[in-house]
Design a protein around this ligand. Structure first.
Ligand SMILES: Cc1ncc(COP(=O)(O)O)c(C=O)c1O
Length: 446
């Protein structure tokens, strides 16, 4: 690994600034995803290695974003580079299936208890879209119940209701599925029923009230953008019991949270879904998505006895590069590697909490396994409405992000931060020390 570039209070940014000016001429807002931090400009990535990201201006950061939790081994993981380099020479995409898709499918079916069969697509968004369609095809019903504030990608019915504010989110017992973009059809928002996370009684009541039109309940076991919220057993039990009672399918969206363990997040939290959506880590750094589930739930994709109830295609679905990269990356994610991430994550979260207690600071920490999120709130949130940031709290988090950057760490703002197998205790110490410096800083929240 190359030597660490010392960080200074004013980091060089000239090249990034110039690139952003150039980008804005040809790309709306200069970026290709609204989630890119760009205030006042993005830091353009130069190269990454292991746990560290180097920008084009010569700054080096411990990367706690890892492309929004994708890179479980960090950057440029050597086994993936080697496997993909070999695969590139054999051809990057075919209209035929390849052996590589069977390898990755077998691995997922073996590891994830709720997955007996799997179909591959190119993104988590597509995986969620096809899982919802699969539930509709199986039940003949149109509507989706989902968690207020939870992020599930860009399919219309998965998007609605993720950005409610105190002015728009409606009464707690009847949360409103707020449109996500200007012009989102009312027919979509009408077909999205919101449940508040950890509100067991509310979930039972709302699923029962809408069951005749509900195809599925879309639930991320630890919704990250809603706050990286820990689930209550009582809530998960209420969701499962009511769904089973009314023949509503449960889709566990593990696009992000599959990284919670060797067997995934549903297994960790005792949720038994009909379908699981996956993405991010299963692509080894390349685009991917997957829908998995019981043979019964996945039968809608099966076209052997005539046209399938749900036809599913995609020019790049199951392309061998993503399959090979994903398989290589996942094979390296042994039980020991997941345990290592658990250990690092537990140590980090416990240490951050100790500092918060020591300085009586108005912060809290949520997360599990390799994921954590800092909240500028004394009480850890249990649902989206608790996690929602006021203007002042948002400013505190932006300040914290800048503080971490000055100390050589990328800390995602209002999203889950994550560890990678490329990290060790020295990286955890850097995060802890940097947080302590923030807590004793006179500028905190400025
Ligand atoms: C829970 C969840 N579902 C779906 C998605 C969408 O995945 P993609 O960005 O690959 O489309 C994401 C992405 O962050 C996610 O976190």
């Amino acid at each position: 690994m190359r030597a660490r570039t010392p960080t200074s209070p004013t980091l060089p940014t000239q090249i990034s600034e110039k690139l952003y000016q150039r980008a804005r001429l040809v790309i709306p807002d200069g970026v290709n995803r609204s989630t890119v931090e760009r205030h006042p400009h993005p830091d353009y990535a130069g190269w990454g290695h292991g746990a560290y990201l180097h920008d084009v201006d010569g700054n080096r950061y411990l990367d706690l974003n890892n492309n929004f939790t994708t890179l479980i081994h960090g950057h440029t993981f050597e086994p993936v580079i080697e496997a993909v380099s070999r695969a590139l020479r054999d051809g990057t995409c075919f209209s035929n299936p390849t052996l590589s898709e069977i390898h990755l499918a077998e691995l997922l079916c073996e590891r994830i208890p709720a997955v007996e069969q799997v179909r591959f697509v190119n993104t988590g968004t597509e995986a969620v879209m096809f899982a919802i369609k699969a539930a509709r095809a199986a039940t003949g019903r149109p509507a989706v119940a989902k968690i207020e504030g939870a992020y599930h990608g860009a399919y219309d019915w998965a998007e609605a209701g993720q950005t409610g504010t105190p002015e728009t989110w409606g009464p707690p017992e009847e949360p409103l599925s707020v449109a996500y973009y200007s012009g989102q059809p009312g027919s979509v928002t009408d077909e999205v029923i919101l449940l508040r996370f950890n509100d067991a009684e509310g979930a039972r009541r709302r699923i029962a009230a809408h069951h005749q039109r509900l195809a599925c309940i879309l639930i991320d076991p630890m919704p990250s953008r809603a706050g990286l919220l820990p689930p209550d057993n009582a809530f998960l039990t209420a969701v499962v019991e009511t769904a089973r009672q009314y023949g509503v399918l449960i889709i566990a969206d593990e696009v992000l949270n599959l990284r919670q363990g060797y067997n995934g997040a549903s297994a960790r939290f005792g949720l038994n879904p009909d379908l699981i959506t996956m993405g991010k880590i299963i692509g080894g750094g390349f685009p991917i998505g997957a829908i998995g589930g019981s043979k019964a739930a996945m039968a809608v994709f099966d076209g052997r006895g005539g046209p399938p109830l749900l036809p599913q295609a995609g020019t790049f679905s199951a392309n061998p590069i993503s399959m090979v990269a994903g398989f290589t990356s996942m094979i390296a994610m042994t039980r020991q590697q997941f345990e290592k991430l658990d250990r690092l994550g537990n140590h980090l979260r416990a240490s951050l909490r100790q500092l918060i207690a020591k300085y009586e600071a108005p912060f809290s920490v949520t997360g599990a396994a390799s994921l954590f999120r800092l909240h500028p709130k004394a009480d850890a949130p249990r649902e989206y409405r608790d996690a929602y940031l006021s203007g002042q709290e948002a400013q505190t988090m932006r300040w914290l992000g800048r503080h971490f950057k000055q100390h050589g760490i990328v800390l995602p703002y209002a999203a889950a931060a994550c560890l990678s197998t490329a990290m060790d205790e020295s990286d955890i110490k850097l995060i802890i020390d940097t947080f302590e410096k923030a807590l004793i800083s006179e500028e905190i929240g400025a």
